[in-house]
Design a protein around this ligand. Sequence first.
Ligand code: IPE
Ligand code: IPE
Ligand code: MG
Length: 246
Amino acid sequence: MPQASLTPAPAAVPRHIAIIMDGNGRWARQRSRPRTFGHAEGVEALRRTVEAAGDLGVGYLTVFGFSTENWRRPIEEVNALFDLLRLYVARDLDRLAREGVRVRVIGDRENLQSDILEIISRAETRTRGNDKLNLTIAFNYGGQDEIARAARRAAEDVKAGKIAPAEINPESFGRYLDTAELPPPDILVRTSGELRLSNFMLWQAAYTELVFVDKLWPDFDKAALEEAIEMYRKRERRYGGTDSGS
Ligand code: IPE
Ligand code: IPE
Ligand code: MG
């Protein structure tokens, strides 16, 4: 009698898609325009992708908007990226809220300007009751920073006697991460042909299927998302077990 497989074929639609939106600068350079022009166009690609994810029935979409290392960029570019977050929330929050999107922001909140903190809190509070699509924006986010902050909070709980050191394991530790409310990503897409994680979701991507596409982020659209999902569907997820035929 065939045994139930421990490694089922991937679901038709991944539950959680994470995206490293990369290539805005190169897209702008190809057009002899400033990098910030590429970032603005990247927001259009984000709009298309959020809509496509909703249409396709994806439950969770997590996008990398600004890394803890992106502070190394010229201050004008950093400011432009923060302005785009302001603009995105100002222009899209009403529609997102109406369409059933729940917005979350992950990353380090320390040292963010107070108006940015207010914008984040407004977006999260306003959409708290939604559950059609969970849109998480990683902003001032770094995987190592997230793990270190989580470790710090776990250590504080140990010190306060709330948990014992022996109670710290992958499951309990996961609850200290920024992503405590999210399932791990099934698929992580990086655009622009770069083959690295650049500090994105280091903990959560343990068994995520990685999909690298050459398209630059401002060119990303529903068809590109569908292609990435198609690649994912051809994968066999083993989670450390054997293949499903043995
Ligand atoms: C991704 O595009 C957007 C952010 C990092 C915020 P880049 O700005 O990294 O574009 P490239 O990689 O220089 O082309
Ligand atoms: C990762 O892209 C960060 C975001 C997409 C927000 P980068 O362009 O900053 O990564 P590196 O520098 O090429 O590794
Ligand atoms: Mg880049």
